[in-house]
Design a protein around this ligand. Structure first.
Ligand code: UDH
Ligand code: MN
Length: 353
């Protein structure tokens, strides 16, 4: 039976073609989305029923006499799951402050009726995205309070007009945030990504760096490719130092997240990932920013990452901190990170990233 089928050359052609399609799908869209496609969605959340991110937040307020005596429970009692996220309403800093009365100067919060179990710093690389920042703060503060975290938000603002450098700003953010507190977990957070489920906990995985934004609406709620590490991720200070932080040399858009993914593997770790049904994010729609043009050197840089990661990172980080300012909703770090060096332009050889 097999032999007679194998006789036909068409059989082998079809077999090879189907395998090729499967491998391509696996690479481009991530295995989980392939399996989801083949076997239907994972049992999970119903995102057609969502709740306001401020629901029941006031339950956390004890009477003025109360003293904290215990740690907060491992699992917060007021998590609701899918959240209502809309971008049609502009948010003012004042209105966000009024809704988050227990956030203190510098964007700090500690649960008021119990001791937060986890200490989480959120670091946001930023330039010229003021309205995105306000929208994110509107959703992120109550989101983190719902999780009963001891947390603070740090915005790392790139001063000047030099080409944007996301990874270097994140390095600066981690170095500076660690001066403020003994953080258990550092969340690296794009300014335009809003989490859609409050059960997506902003705490770290003990063993490996964790990719939290596994399902972004921009990528039809699936991974764009298997090693994708962009958007929002969680890393412990130890894991961060193990990979020598992030590269300082990716100026402009693209490549730095793939370099980080490579560092994680090269240092003997792997990426842990929030399941797709939970790691859902909405991206505030936007065009490419001026000053953040595509980095045409990134393919060449990625090819060399294996040899450069040990000397390009936290151990070579140089910057000038221009100001540290504690605003009511976040700590703003304004920083001069220098300018991109002159390099001859590279032809695009890899189009897969
Ligand atoms: N960022 C800034 N200011 C900039 C550039 C980037 O704050 O000028 C930060 C911000 O936190 C942003 C992150 O860097 O979320 C990543 O940059 P991005 O949002 O431009 O990256 P993304 O992958 O780029 O979203 C997609 C550009 C799509 C353009 C095509 C639209 N159809
Ligand atoms: Mn974006």
């Amino acid at each position: 039976m097999f032999l007679s089928r194998a006789d036909k050359p068409c059989f082998f052609v079809c077999l090879a073609a189907s395998q090729l399609i499967f491998i391509l799908l696996l690479y481009r869209r991530g295995a989980s989305s392939v399996f989801q496609g083949l076997f239907g969605p994972y049992p999970g959340w119903d995102y057609s029923k969502t709740q306001d991110v401020y629901t029941n937040l006031s339950l956390f307020v004890p009477d003025s006499e109360a003293v904290r005596t215990q740690y907060c429970p491992v699992s917060s009692p007021i998590l609701v799951g899918p959240l209502t996220i809309t971008f049609n309403k502009p948010r003012s800093l004042k209105s966000i402050q009024l809704k988050n009365r227990y956030v203190t100067s510098g964007g700090y919060f500690s649960p008021r009726h119990c001791f937060g179990r986890y200490r989480t710093a959120v670091i946001i690389p930023h330039r010229n995205r003021e309205s995105h920042l306000r929208t994110l703060l509107y959703y992120l503060h109550p989101f983190l309070q719902r999780q009963q975290l001891h947390y603070a938000i740090f915005v790392v603002h790139q001063a000047g007009n030099a080409t944007f450098n996301r990874a270097k700003l994140l390095n600066v953010g981690v170095r500076e945030a660690l001066r403020y507190d003994d953080w258990d977990c550092i969340i690296l957070h794009d300014v335009d990504l809003v989490p859609e489920n409050d059960c997506n906990l902003y705490i770290c995985d003990e063993d490996y760096p964790k990719h939290l934004s596994s399902a972004m609406d921009k990528f039809q709620y699936s991974l764009p490719y298997w090693a994708y590490f962009g958007g929002v991720s969680a890393i412990t200070p130890d894991q961060f130092m193990r990979i020598n932080g992030f590269p300082n040399t990716y100026w402009g858009w693209g490549g730095e997240d793939d370099d980080i993914a490579m560092r994680i593997r090269l240092s003997g770790m792997s990426i842990s990932r929030t399941p797709l049904s939970l790691g859902r994010y909405k991206m505030i729609p936007h065009d490419r920013d001026s000053g953040n043009e595509e980095n045409s050197h990134r393919y060449n840089q990625l090819r060399k990452a294996r040899t450069t990661w040990k000397e390009d990172g936290m151990n070579s980080l140089e910057f000038r901190l221009l100001s540290r300012e504690r605003t009511q909703l976040y700590t703003n770090l304004s920083v001069d990170i220098g300018d991109a060096p002159e390099m001859p332009t590279e032809p695009n050889r890899w189009s897969i990233f």
